[in-house]
Design a binder for this molecule. Structure first.
Ligand SMILES: Cc1cc2nc3c(=O)[nH]c(=O)nc-3n(C[C@H](O)[C@H](O)[C@H](O)COP(=O)(O)OP(=O)(O)OC[C@H]3O[C@@H](n4cnc5c(N)ncnc54)[C@H](O)[C@@H]3O)c2cc1C
Length: 396
């Protein structure tokens, strides 16, 4: 659709996506589904994804499954494990809630997949979807502008410039500063230790979320084992990383109790520092921030990528609904950001509240939390409210 002319009004692409991670790649695939394909350029800093083995697992909501189905990726994943129920408790106090997908007549609350498998499927689809996909392209600058946004990037030793009606920044939020966009942060002073563990009893698709005063811990059914996300202070996380397997499994047992019997084996452990980062505003002239570039959340509710997928999907729909001249224009981006506000602000508020209310030693709070969990468990309308939001995000 875009003509590569040399005059000042020419564009190098209709849409340039900075970052070919899971959110940027999903945007490119969603845009490629149009009957009048747009010219999409994806700039990814890494030259080789196979070099980056991310052993994390991701809990995806049922809503995210629907998006991945529409872009043809879900069908390529070998074995997503459904989560049909989730058991929520707090350590050292009463109160627990059991939420099930049957509460709202859905087949699953969500699914657990391997991050590396998702990334590989997306990467392969990017190679054939019609978008231009440049790997080893490190973007150094993004500038919004009245008629177009511009990017500068370095590839094969040469600096290049690209101009587009819309630049979507999906770089994960760590690499670039954009004029007019402020990124605020809250350091939770927590790290997530992740690995896979085998338990004595089979999981029967039941997930656990256990709140403790040092942070939440989750067990997510994944294949024939559990994926563990254990949040602790950075100092304690270092200790957990350094333990031998037997000592680690013993500490995990003390932390979680024996609902799943004994913990039998663990894979090598990794840790991730946890913070909340939020960019404001998430759009400027001919520029939109999506995924972790717009908001990076604590993984307590497994919402980060789910929210990023909805950013990508809705930005693609807003773009495809425009005539070419209106792509990236003020009206389109206003509609897009207004449409995303409730979901993102609601999700950020809910996640931050969970982390701060449950990782807190304030007198009386433990009892309050216990009462809240018991009330949630006893009230079917409250359960279905929470379950719908787990599945579809803050818009329910
Ligand atoms: C321990 C942990 C557990 C989690 N669990 C869950 C979960 O269960 N469910 C869930 O929904 N979310 C979860 N998340 C969050 C999820 O991992 C992120 O939200 C998601 O990976 C963000 O994807 P992204 O594409 O926005 O960013 P990224 O994955 O960071 O991708 C950014 C891409 O941009 C590229 N890039 C960066 N800078 C540049 C540049 N200057 N030029 C060109 N390319 C660039 C990078 O190489 C990368 O490929 C978890 C996070 C953690 C830490």
């Amino acid at each position: 659709m875009t003509q590569l002319a040399a005059d000042a009004n020419a564009f190098d692409a209709d849409v340039i996506i900075v970052g070919g991670g899971p959110v940027g790649a999903t945007l490119a695939l969603a845009l490629s589904q149009s009957t009048a394909p747009l010219d999409v350029l994806v700039l990814e800093a890494q030259a080789d994804f196979s070099a980056r083995r991310d052993t994390r697992t991701l809990a995806l909501s049922h809503g995210s499954r629907l998006i991945l189905e529409r872009v043809g990726i879900w069908q390529k994943l070998s074995s997503p494990t459904p989560i049909t129920r989730i058991h929520i408790s707090q350590r050292g106090s009463f109160g627990r809630a059991l939420l099930g997908a049957d509460e709202v007549g859905m087949p699953a609350l969500g699914y657990v997949i391997a991050h590396s498998e998702l990334q590989t499927a997306l990467h392969e689809a990017l190679l054939t979807c019609g978008a231009r996909y440049l790997r080893g392209a490190q973007v150094s600058e993004v500038t919004p502008g009245a008629a177009a946004a511009q990017v500068h990037y370095m590839r094969e030793g040469a600096t290049q410039t690209g101009k587009a009606r819309l630049v979507a920044l999906a770089d994960g939020g760590r690499s670039l500063q954009i004029p007019g966009i402020v990124r605020t942060s809250r350091d939770y002073r927590q790290s997530a230790v992740v690995c896979q563990v085998h338990t004595e009893l089979p999981h029967h698709n039941l997930a656990y979320e256990r709140f403790t005063e040092e942070g939440p811990a989750a067990l997510l059914p994944s294949g024939d084992h559990y994926a563990l996300v254990w949040t602790a202070t950075p100092e304690r996380a270092q200790v957990l990383l350094a333990l031998n397997d037997a000592d680690f499994l013993a500490q995990l047992h003390t932390h979680f109790g024996d609902r799943q019997g004994r913990f039998l084996a663990a894979t090598p452990r990794l840790s991730f520092p946890l913070s909340l980062h939020q960019s404001q505003p998430v759009t400027r002239e001919h520029l939109a921030l999506i995924g972790n570039a717009a908001q990076m959340l604590h993984p307590v509710a497994g919402q980060g990528f789910n929210m990023g997928l909805r950013d990508a999907w809705e930005l693609a729909q807003a773009t495809l609904a425009c005539v070419p001249e209106a792509i990236g224009g003020t009206a389109m981006l206003k509609r897009y950001s207004a449409g995303r506000r409730l979901d993102t602000q609601g999700g950020i508020f809910f996640t931050d509240l969970l982390v701060r209310a449950f990782s807190n030693r304030m007198p009386g709070l433990r009892q309050l939390r216990g009462l809240a969990l018991s009330a949630l468990d006893a009230l079917p309308p409250a359960k279905s409210f929470v379950v719908r939001r787990m599945i579809f995000g803050a818009k329910g």
